[in-house]
Design a protein around this ligand. Sequence first.
Ligand SMILES: [Zn+2]
Length: 161
Amino acid sequence: MTIIPQRRKQRFLCDEMLRKLGHWLRAAGYDTVIAVQGTRDRDLLQQAIAEDRLLITRDQKLTEYREAPGVVLLLHSNDIHDCARELRHILNIDWFYKPFSRCLLCNTELIPADPVCIEQVPRQSRATITTLFCCPHCEKLYWQGSHVRRLSKMFRQWMDG
Ligand SMILES: [Zn+2]
């Protein structure tokens, strides 16, 4: 098993196969980049090194490069939920680190949205919204809705399991 010191900076680069896991890491508040489709292995490694990120993969091949030690984290689980649990065990990932503080699309930290943005929220959702955030980069709006409840429930299971 790969042992990564826990004090290591927790910034990640997920390979294409782990796109979903990457989105969940963002939802938990971790600075996570997802590999652009078709990026070559060597370029992925270079990106991880240049951006000081841990490259998370299930691809054994990536561990065979000279640069891999300390840069590549190989997950052994096949099921994506088990991968999430594996991350918690290996890296001490806290799935409630900074919940819903990053844009799921582009990884930018969210900021409170201008109250007038409520106009862009579907009418049936407006009444229950207490806080509205937006991404300063891609301008996507975020609010506490059913997806947040669903993800929170999932995160809870990973923390307990
Ligand atoms: Zn964004």
